[in-house]
Ligand binder design. Structure first.
Ligand SMILES: [Zn+2]
Ligand SMILES: [Zn+2]
Length: 233
């Protein structure tokens, strides 16, 4: 049995189904056009004026082709589309984006020029850093070379955990380090089995009915039980 398909014509542009594919009663060109026009022309992306990261889905990340594609997708609530940045003109603030999607099993793609508005502000991390936020204090004492070596390692560790140090106060025989993340500081000491600091806690506030404590760590690298300066890491 032979099925003869009838040639259809798009009610908007009059293209025939011999020329282009159809999605519902309209041709794919008009369908793509309609979807594109219904999308916003301007997308705002938040950027931190301190670390220059941009806001993507949940976090702030360094700006690159991949992160900006995800930031745009997130801001446009365009879950059903795959996006590809074809061109980004930072001076004009425009981006040519290729959108791809499937509608009832038909592939559909179109290019749209978006205006990218960059909203400068602070990411949560830099905001807290600016405000001098800290939840852990490491009171470090010892010979200056050992202290310096320790500070470098601790800062690197905190940074790898996406925390920050908001302040370092110099002391006559060491320094006090104010860090954003007490869990990161604890993890640092846990990773060094030869370093056992004295710990104390200080209540500093409440959040949703829970008491918030700052952790204080005291360590003297000259302490004979502290083998820091003798063991190589
Ligand atoms: Zn059409
Ligand atoms: Zn930042």
């Amino acid at each position: 049995m032979q099925v003869v398909e009838m040639v259809r014509f798009c009610p908007t542009c009059n293209r025939s189904s011999d020329e282009v594919g159809f999605i519902g009663e309209f041709c794919e060109v008009c369908t793509a056009d309609k979807i594109s026009k219904a999308m916003p022309d301007t997308v705002s992306i938040k950027r931190c004026k301190n670390c220059m990261d941009i806001k993507t889905e949940i976090d702030y990340e360094p700006l690159n082709k991949d992160s900006i594609e995800r930031a745009i997708k997130h801001e446009m609530h365009a879950k059903e589309f795959r996006l590809k940045m074809l061109e980004y003109d930072e001076s004009k603030g425009t981006a040519d984006i290729l959108f791809k999607t499937d509608i009832d099993g038909n592939k559909l793609s179109f290019i749209k020029k978006l205006h990218i508005k960059i909203e400068m502000g602070y990411c949560p991390k830099c905001y807290r850093m600016k405000a001098g936020y800290y939840e852990a204090v490491v009171q470090l004492r010892g010979r200056s070379a050992d202290v310096e070596n320790f500070v470098t390692k601790l800062l690197k560790f905190i940074d790898s955990r996406k925390g920050f140090v908001s302040k370092i106060d110099d002391m006559p025989d060491g320094c006090d380090i104010y860090a954003s993340d007490k869990a990161a500081v604890s993890a640092f000491f846990d990773s060094k089995d030869n370093l056992k600091p004295k710990k104390s806690y200080e209540l500093y506030g409440m959040r949703r009915g829970k008491k918030l404590y700052r952790h204080k760590f005291f360590i003297d690298l000259r302490d004979p039980r502290g083998l820091w300066s003798r063991k190589k890491h």
